[in-house]
Design a protein around this ligand. Structure first.
Ligand code: TXA
Ligand code: MG
Length: 329
């Protein structure tokens, strides 16, 4: 059920039921982070393997002291600027967080989402909310309540509708060692912004295997149709066909194109979506997952994309496209 009834959401969460919640990045599937029963329900609804740990949401970094043993000064500094927001902090956990939440890791991922409905929910509860993105494991993350309803509607009692996600890609995950920040997942707060505010050169450690390095499975965010992240010179367009080097030849109307600010061909070809005609990466991030979902419903064989410029939010967008395009067959 899609609703704005926050009281009902509270009631369900207090009974260790799970509820989809809006955030500024993507919708989350939330449950009491202190309750193994609630956490089990999250893993089951998503069909998520238990080696992939969850993010725990609360209303302020200070409040995370309830369930983490230590918060470095530089995180407090960053929180002044970016919290609430699309930044997730890796911190040493207290025992009150069940091991299943963190897949037995000693750190817990903590995020303060920047969404009024969800912040007020968090303030009214006396426990934090564990919430992965509210999609079946491996599929595209949801940026609207309807996206959640389409795939998990029959598995969860309530979807709290907070409108379309403003940022559209997940949070940036960071860790700290000796005052130095490392990015473990590119997301809604850019590396450039973090560097500008910390004065540090920040390195990223993006891994493809779980679980010790923060949660980055190779194949993820993937539509059901095969998606190919290509270079322009791999594509050869003929009148009625598109040839893709090393992949095959496809009728032009069976190919979906996910573009950034330029059409693949300036012809009225049906299945092309431009993320941001004006070249704005923020707009592109906002539209990314909805556009992938839309192309996934079309009568096409494959989706092709050239990615976006690798800077600012483009790093997160390209990361998601890279993972969406990973196939092992
Ligand atoms: O924007 C977001 O972060 C959204 C919204 C709902 O808050 N949540 C989200 O959760 O993207 P999820 O579960 O789809 O992705 C969380 C990632 C996982 O890939 C997981 O492996 C990683 O965070 N993660 C969680 N806890 C971790 C930990 N203790 N150490 C390393 N990585 C962790
Ligand atoms: Mg996810």
């Amino acid at each position: 059920m899609i609703t704005q009834n926050i009281e009902f959401a509270l009631e369900l969460l207090q009974k260790n039921e799970i509820v989809a919640i809006p955030t500024e990045t993507v919708y989350g599937l939330a449950g009491n982070a202190y309750s193994e029963i609630a956490i089990q329900k999250i893993f089951e609804a998503k069909k998520r393997p238990t080696y992939d740990p969850l993010i725990v949401h609360t209303y302020s970094l200070e409040n995370a002291k309830d369930f983490v043993t230590y918060i470095p000064d530089i995180f407090y500094e960053l929180a002044k600027i970016f919290s609430p927001g699309a930044l997730t902090f890796l911190l040493p956990k207290k025992k009150i967080i069940p091991d299943i939440v963190t897949s037995n890791l000693k750190t817990v991922a903590v995020r303060i989402p920047n969404h009024a409905l969800t912040l007020s929910l968090l303030q009214k509860l006396d426990f934090p909310l564990a919430a992965p993105s509210a999609n079946p494991f491996g599929y595209i993350s949801p940026t609207t309540a309807q996206h959640v309803e389409n795939q998990l509607g029959d598995k969860i009692p309530l979807i709290l509708d907070g409108g379309a996600a403003e940022i559209g890609v997940e949070s940036t995950i960071i860790g700290e060692k000796n005052g130095q920040i490392t990015i473990f997942r590119y997301g809604g707060i850019s590396k450039e912004d973090l560097e500008a505010w910390t004065g540090q050169t920040i390195h990223a450690q993006i891994s493809n295997s779980n679980p010790t390095a923060p949660g980055q499975l190779e194949s993820h965010y993937a539509p059901k149709k095969k998606l190919y992240l290509l270079k322009k010179n791999q594509i050869n367009i003929q009148e009625k066909e598109i040839e893709i080097k090393n992949i095959g030849v496809f009728p032009i109307d069976k190919v979906g194109f996910l573009g950034f600010n330029e059409w693949l061909v300036n012809l009225p070809i049906k299945n092309q979506i431009l993320l941001a005609e004006n070249g704005d990466l923020k707009l592109a991030a906002q539209k990314l997952f909805a556009a992938m979902r839309e192309l996934d419903t079309k009568d096409i064989e494959i989706i092709i994309t050239l990615g976006v410029p690798s800077q600012h939010l483009g790093m997160a967008i390209n990361d998601r496209l890279q993972r969406a395009s990973f196939y092992k067959d």
